[in-house]
Write a protein that binds this ligand. Structure first.
Ligand SMILES: NC(=O)c1ccc[n+]([C@@H]2O[C@H](COP(=O)([O-])OP(=O)(O)OC[C@H]3O[C@@H](n4cnc5c(N)ncnc54)[C@H](OP(=O)(O)O)[C@@H]3O)[C@@H](O)[C@H]2O)c1
Length: 258
């Protein structure tokens, strides 16, 4: 049986990956911090899809949390075929408003954890000459948008680089770059995203469907929906400083204090 390990599997995009991969018959390993919610999510997935579901509580901003998931990915007796590095979080406000320690924690979650878990998974997958890694980035990767955008730009470049190095090894990697998705992300960060137009929002299940289609097409970057493909195409041609100004204004609108 194929086994998929998903970080941030209890909510939003990660939960949508868990539902889709469970429905496809994959055994699942679910990672997040909240143990009760992990247990409830696992019970629901077992009941719905009849697949094996393990839970692995871990805080991926902590060294021991990352180490626990690395160890699971390196366990040759229980191989993981698909890794979805999805766990992520935002900080409310612009760079100068946010405590530096919170920004460093974000880098740990979006960059260090992704780097270490990818290394652990790809090492084991290459021995078996089979495996897939999906690293969840964002369209924010393509525009100047504080630490969040910079960390997601790192995820895209990192994934493209490792995908090229792994070519021909049987292991494939993809960076998923969604636009705004209706999840708990904005409320958790204390952002007020209520004023965004309906057209800006994507559905988490549709994002996962687009991602898996692009993975099957052997793409290394997936931008779900035509509208966000246009946003990314525009970002490549509009001068960075214009995007930075627009993006900063948008960031301020998310912060009810400003
Ligand atoms: N929503 C959007 O508009 C959007 C757009 C583009 C990209 N993304 C990216 O998509 C990914 C998923 O976000 P989402 O929107 O689905 O968010 P979400 O609904 O808030 O879900 C976040 C998940 O990550 C887990 N998590 C958060 N911090 C963690 C930590 N330190 N260690 C381990 N697990 C942690 C949460 O569970 P616990 O709290 O129990 O740990 C939860 O399962 C993120 O990488 C985000 O940057 C989101």
């Amino acid at each position: 049986m194929t086994t998929s390990l998903i970080t941030g599997a209890t909510s939003g995009i990660g939960a949508a990956f868990a539902r889709r991969l469970g429905a496809d018959g994959h055994g699942l390993v679910l990672v997040a911090r909240d143990e009760q919610r992990l247990a409830a999510t696992a019970a629901d997935l077992r009941q719905r899809y009849g697949v094996e579901v393990e839970v692995l509580p871990a805080d991926l901003t902590e060294d021991d949390g990352i180490a626990a998931v690395e160890a699971r990915l390196r366990d040759r007796a229980r191989p993981v075929d698909v890794l979805v590095n999805n766990a992520g979080a935002g900080n409310r406000g612009t760079f100068l408003d946010v405590p530096v320690a919170d920004e460093v924690r974000m880098l740990r979650l979006h960059c260090e954890a992704v780097l270490r878990l990818t290394a652990a998974a790809v090492g084991a997958m290459r021995e078996r000459r089979y495996g897939f890694v999906v690293n969840v980035a964002s369209v924010a990767a393509f525009m100047p948008r504080g630490t969040y955008g910079a960390s997601k730009a790192w995820v895209v470049r990192f994934t493209e680089g490792v995908a090229a190095e792994a070519a021909g090894s049987g292991v494939r990697l993809l960076a998923l770059c969604p636009g705004f998705v209706r999840t708990e992300f904005h409320a958790r960060a204390g952002m007020d995203a209520g004023r965004l137009p309906a057209v800006a929002w994507l559905d988490a299940d549709a994002v996962v469907t687009a991602c898996l289609r692009d993975l099957a097409l052997r793409r290394t970057v997936s931008v779900p929906s035509v509208r966000y493909k246009l946003v990314v195409a525009l970002a490549r041609h509009v001068p960075s400083r214009l995007y930075a100004a627009a993006s900063t204004r948008a960031g301020r609108r998310f912060d009810p204090k400003l």
